[in-house]
Design a protein around this ligand. Structure first.
Ligand code: FEO
Length: 170
């Protein structure tokens, strides 16, 4: 059983995960429109992952008999100057998500809510990967700079990313 405060906080995180998905979906459309289909694929997979993160929280609330309350999602930034700027925005956003996950863990600890604490560990680990992915792509794009051949090769690499639902990983 969850406290009302914990339930509200997890509903807030569902909103945030969906907002993350919205940001990545806009980035995907942006890349598609400039012919970077591989980058568009990478961001589309990221969008699906974020919706899966939201769904994992949604399922947990239902399992715990708590109320699901879907909140309004803000309009994301629609246009970017470059793929590098997209990944820089993504990194800053993910650092914010990490802070929010840590705050949720702190709340679960303060409430002695062991089940939620254990549930949130998956997200703690996931955030390390989320930040690392953004950092890795920023490093590559900085190396590539204005080299179209390098960008083309990176686009080919990013085209290979596939979405794996969390349920298939567990
Ligand atoms: Fe669901 Fe990108 O964190």
């Amino acid at each position: 059983m969850l406290s009302k405060k914990m339930g509200d906080a997890l509903n807030g995180q569902i909103q945030w995960e969906m907002f993350s998905g919205y940001i990545y979906l806009a980035m995907s459309a942006n890349c598609d429109s400039i012919g970077l289909k591989g980058f568009a694929n990478w961001f589309m997979v990221q969008y699906k992952e974020e919706m899966d993160h939201a769904f994992k929280m949604y399922n947990y609330l239902l399992e715990q008999g708590a109320d699901v309350e879907l909140l309004a999602i803000d309009k994301p930034q629609q246009s970017y100057d470059s793929p590098l700027q997209m990944f820089e925005v993504a990194l800053e956003h993910e650092q914010g998500v990490t802070k929010r996950i840590n705050d949720l863990v702190d709340l679960a600890i303060s409430e002695k809510d062991h089940a939620t604490q254990i549930f949130l560990q998956w997200f703690v680990t996931e955030q390390v990967e989320e930040e690392s992915n953004a950092n890795e792509n920023i490093d590559k794009l900085k190396l590539i700079k204005d080299n179209p051949g390098g960008l083309f090769m990176m686009d080919k690499d990013l085209a290979a990313r596939v979405f794996t639902p969390i349920t298939a990983e567990e």
